[in-house]
Design a protein. Structure first.
Length: 95
């Protein structure tokens, strides 16, 4: 089964609350506004990260930027694997 690629403006439901982060990241969980399991968010940006592939940012969650070794100053993003598409008038077919 192909994975759904999310687009800016998509509405997604969080499937799991973040419980830990990669130890190499320049921030702690307590520093961030995090998605919560069961809540619905609107994709603000889909970004490509050098270490983890695609990442999502949301209209409802905004965090400050942090200095990363590989990409410079960036706002944290979240794995698409943590979300499912909320169907609102379009088919959930892979893109």
């Amino acid at each position: 089964m192909a994975r759904i690629r999310f687009l800016k403006g998509d509405r997604v439901r969080c499937l799991q609350t973040v419980s830990r982060l990669d130890v190499d990241l320049p921030y702690f969980l307590s520093d961030l506004s995090l998605p919560v399991a069961g809540r619905i968010y609107t994709v603000r940006e889909v970004v490509e990260t050098p270490s983890h592939g695609e990442g999502l940012r949301f209209l409802e969650l905004q965090n400050r930027t942090y200095a990363h070794d590989e990409v410079g100053e960036e706002e944290p993003c979240f794995s698409p694997d943590m979300f499912e598409l909320v169907i609102e008038g379009r088919s959930p077919t892979p893109r």
